[in-house]
Design a protein around this ligand. Structure first.
Ligand SMILES: *Cc1c(COP(=O)(O)O)cnc(C)c1O
Length: 238
């Protein structure tokens, strides 16, 4: 008989191997290479002990939404070689904490925030990798820049010395059917391709952060390079 801790561990193990194999299948079906798609395990509200189990199972990239919660986990798991991605809405006054901890910020959505990240990164001698969050369906409830404003923001960000734009991120509208999300993923990829074709100096524009528990396979088919998956790995958030 397994004890409660062991049962939880084996559940996480099963979920993770299921997700990895679904990612591998979607990658193969779309003729892409396994190394082109990275799993970001979204660990908001998940306690550090559970992250340790995931770490034992080979997870190295965690996505966090809340600064204070992330700081606690970052400190608790300091001894492990991990990569932390900030995926939540970021207020400028929190930029200084985020710049210290995170390898990639997915959610830059204004010139003001970009400038503040650049300033804080400069103070610690870092070049901060970031993505621009695009509000692809123009939903008033969502953060992100509008599609038509994205190129201009990227151009302005390319002037900031302590910031490197790596690509785009989006949170499309929620549907029960993942196929309905496909047009939004396609639109983000097309925007990425358009901006990349401009060859803006200092801008890489390879990354596409899109796809969550309900729709990551479609996102991979449409070119996602980072999938942000929480529920399917850690279970429902409480
Ligand atoms: C919570 C969250 C996710 C993960 O969502 P799941 O449906 O649990 O996989 C992905 N991206 C962002 C920005 C999130 O806030």
């Amino acid at each position: 008989m397994l004890n409660v801790g062991q049962r939880k561990e084996s559940l996480l193990k099963e979920r993770l191997s299921m997700i990895r194999s679904r990612i591998a299948t979607a990658v193969a079906d779309s003729g892409r290479r396994p190394e082109d798609v990275q799993l970001v395990a979204v660990s908001k509200t998940v306690p550090s002990e559970k992250l340790l189990t995931a770490i034992d199972l080979g997870v190295t990239v965690f996505g966090e939404n809340y600064v204070q919660e992330a700081r606690d986990k970052f400190n608790a798991l300091y001894a492990h070689h991990l990569s932390w991605h900030f995926i939540g809405h970021l207020q400028s006054n929190k930029a200084k904490y985020v710049v210290k901890m995170f390898d990639l910020i997915h959610s830059v959505d204004s010139r003001k925030l970009a400038r503040e990240i650049d300033k804080q990164a400069g103070k610690i001698g870092k070049v901060q990798s970031v993505l621009v969050q695009v509000n692809i369906a123009e939903e008033s409830s969502k953060s992100g820049v509008l599609l038509e404003d994205t190129t201009q923001l990227v151009i302005e960000m390319s002037q900031l010395p302590h910031l490197e734009v790596k690509g785009l991120m989006t949170m499309p509208p929620y549907f029960n059917a993942p196929e309905k999300v496909r047009p939004y993923f396609k639109a983000l990829r097309q925007l990425r391709d358009q901006i990349r074709a401009m060859e803006i100096s200092g801008v890489v524009m390879d990354a596409l952060s899109m796809g969550m528990t309900g729709d990551f396979e479609v996102a991979i088919q449409e070119g996602a390079t980072l999938v942000r998956i929480g529920t399917a790995i850690f279970g429902e958030r409480t």
